[in-house]
Design a protein around this ligand. Sequence first.
Ligand code: PLP
Length: 397
Amino acid sequence: MSDVIYFDNNATTRIAPQVYEAMAPYLTELYGNPSSIHSFGSRVGRALDRARTQVAGLLGAEDEVEVLFTSCGSEGDNTAIRGILEGAPDRRHFITTAVEHPAVLGLGQHLEKRGYRVTWLGVDENGMLDLEELRDSLSDDTALVSIMYANNETGVVFPVREAGEIVKARGIPFHVDAVQVPGKIELDVKDSPIDLLTVSAHKFHGPKGVGALYVRRGITLRPFIVGGHQERNRRAGTENVAGIVGMGEAAELTGKDIAAERAQLSGMRDQLESALVATCPGARINGGKSERLPNTLNIAFEYLEGESILVLLDEFGICASTGSACTAGSVEPSHVLRAMKVPPQWLQGAVRFSLSRYNTEAEIDFAAEKIPGIIRRLQGLSALGRVGTKEGLPGQA
Ligand code: PLP
């Protein structure tokens, strides 16, 4: 077992060895510009074509014309949303959810400041979307609906097909942020109501700094980065060749045996989850009653602070994360958990463990053995540390 136990794969993943090998020549001898006329450059251009086909394969895109390379998931989201809104200047209404990743959340807030009406769809206590609320929110002024496929903090999976059918019945474009999905749920945009879909290579064992946006044929997208003619005039700038080649390779590897990978991930996740629920009184699984990504466990420990747990996990080399944003010394509870109306005693104590194909059962066993001690230690330190006993605080479950 290595001295780092990496359970933070929703933040980023390890590059697969095959991906690194595929990239290496494009960082050394194959340095030509893919737009050049000479054969040295065209050879690099052919590598981009191959990567586009590989990514189209992962997404189930009809052909490689529908895949646009970007620099990351955030750029994909911005390209999709801004590109559609700019093409529909008469429509000033944008619909998204209250639990999006900051890439969409921040853009929605920005649009509000620019005079757009933004509908923030809520979720229930299980983190699930209300499709009736979506249906009721659509109007003749709606330019775009953007909904995440799976939540990066809780792993809760939204019914994007049903949502998309509701949206498309009104003829409105539909974008899906699927950054957390490759390798965990089979993607097939071809027979879906999805018009645009964002992915990012570093979430599925590819390199950082490269992503892709699926744009259904026939959808007109205004470019977000204007200038050169790359990416069929939809994204200016010399391509990140090595990154794109790496993304193609990662896409091919990820698409290979998704059922086996899902089974491996959910087996390990469920093992960790049941061990912690059994040994840590007062633990609560956020989103546990909904369909979830197979690799994600968001577990909250009553009256504790997630950050303190992370510090003690780090002493054992265990990398995890919380959903909260820590700014200027104040810890803001996660917007996702607040939207789910998680009771206050669990709001600060959430920890996200997110697994990958490179984790092992030995690592799960090690974590399951160490974590209860960490929780007991913190409960002992906490002035409120009577968790799991009936003489707890008023309102305690
Ligand atoms: N959307 C979701 C759901 C994410 O989880 C992330 C990253 O965590 C992003 C978008 C942004 O992706 P990137 O880090 O590639 O910009």
